[in-house]
Design a protein around this ligand. Structure first.
Ligand code: TYD
Length: 139
């Protein structure tokens, strides 16, 4: 695997259909997303100001969306750090494998929607920061 960079993780505009007074954002595996969607999960009831995440994945690809409310997506590639403010349901960030991510400053009532390329697999996680630094330096 090529060493990932936070510069590859951009805020992407997602399709938005205005329909009968509301908006719809449809997402298709292999379409807007460069992977087939195997799992969807969402994070909610996070206390205002709380943080989540704090890990990297070896193979998992994800698209992260602030479906409601806001939070900061803090990305690190072993060298550079980048913070993206997420607060629009029609924007998403594609996260490549090997990026350390933390979700910070949740607004109360916010919902973080995650579309993932694979099923949940604990062995795909790198949860220890020092392990991550060693892992990323070997790429
Ligand atoms: P984790 O991905 O560490 O959450 P966060 O990044 O928000 O801190 O997941 C927290 C726990 O939830 C983990 O111990 C296992 C469980 N979990 C599943 O069982 N399936 C899933 O798809 C996810 C994302 C988590």
């Amino acid at each position: 695997m090529k060493r990932p960079s936070v510069h590859d993780c951009q805020l992407l505009g997602l399709p938005r259909i205005y329909d009968r007074g509301g908006n719809i954002t449809p997402l298709h595996g292999g379409g807007e997303l460069p992977f087939d969607i195997k799992r969807v999960y969402y994070l909610y009831d996070v206390q205002g100001g709380e943080s989540r995440g704090g890990h990297a994945h070896k193979n998992l690809q994800q698209l992260i969306v602030a479906a409601t409310g806001s939070f900061d997506l803090v990305l690190f590639d072993g060298k550079e750090k980048k913070t993206i403010q997420m607060n629009r349901p029609y924007q998403g960030v594609f996260i490549k494998p090997g990026i350390w991510r933390t979700l910070e400053n949740f607004s109360s009532g916010s919902i973080c929607l995650v579309l993932a390329s694979d099923f949940y697999d604990e062995t795909d996680y790198i949860r220890d920061y020092d392990d991550y630094l060693k892992y990323i330096d070997r790429l």
